[in-house]
Design a protein around this ligand. Sequence first.
Ligand code: SF4
Length: 427
Amino acid sequence: MSEETVSKDSSQIRQKKMIADHFHRLAQSPETGDKSAYTFVPGNLTELLLSFDLLPVLPEINALQSGMRGKSREYISLAEKLGHSEDVCTYVKSDIGMMKSGNVGPTGERLPDPSVLLLSYTGCFTFLKWFELLREEYDCPVVMLHVPYQGEGKVTDSMRDYVVQQLKTKVIPLLEQISGKAYDEDRLKEHLARSAKAEDDLVWVLESAKNRPSPIDAYFGGVYYIGPIFSAFRGTQGAIDYYEALRREVEERLAQKKGPITPVGELETERYRVVVEGPPNWTSFREFWKMFVDEGAVVVASTYTKVGGVYDTGFRHDPSRPLETLAEYCMGCYTNLNLPQRVEMLARYVKEYDADGFIINSVKSCNSFSAGQLQILREVESRVDRPGGFIESDLVDPRYFSASNIKNRLESYFQMIEQKRLGGKTA
Ligand code: SF4
């Protein structure tokens, strides 16, 4: 085993252990008395929950883990038998199926029932319907933080005040009641300071892809990198340690001019650099990734790695303004941005990361991501004068992953880039 593999393994081992410990703690909670809050990734209030010693449970993470572990097919089928339509987001159906099958989480241990359902969703209305379904199952309080959509492409003072007011009058009083603890702003500030530190390192890692060759894959590899900070660990020392270790690994790869580690080993020749929009497919994740690797394609930037927070434009959690910063974080998540902002982000990535083009993975389940993607394709193409590609799959429903179709489209797309390099036209 080479030195960099050992080093790579150390951050992965650290992450795996963090996740396993968290799920174990959740499984033990009926005995230990720990309380849990079910909540969603975009717009999560992890630091606030941690300041009340509440353990976060993220249903989308459980759904994507079920997809990666080959369990989502049976969960979705069970949910459909119970009457959930084929058109419903498959994260929801996977979660409902998992719950109806005993609520066993990704590490094989049972998840506790929620002590509270905290709905601080951003952008996607499905989250609201999802918790309406969970509310029917669990006898626990529900609290909703309404996060205004960035319809005009900006966060105004009144939007921020509106969110802060809800935190003060609705969310915090209920969390006090559930946890039996008084709101401790100093404790919240400590968590927020830790968040900012980890966010610095995450941004450094993602931006390392501006180098040639890129030492990372910012989509397929990127989903591992965002794991801790988008889930239960933002604001913890564990997250700081993980991102420091990850950064050291990437620094080493960069110094040695190495490409990313892929499912089939290190990518030796970077032939294409692309930006990707949309979530990945989880049921055939490695096969999907390998289609890019086979072409020598590296994803140098992705929008999916911004769903739980956009940090590369400078936002950091700011401990000196604890509630305001939480409000700004929620409103800034990628799912809360309007179409022109998403176009702007993609065009910027193509230019700043010197990509050959961009690919949209349009997932059937997700209206929040998929609506408007054809318009995005045309707009970004016209701004960057580099080709855009369009493929279709799904998040966790294996019925909508057609390997041959996707492979054909990707091959044609990379041929188009070749033509462009030779001076041909893109369409
Ligand atoms: S529709 Fe998309 S954003 Fe909404 S819950 Fe499903 S996967 Fe998440």
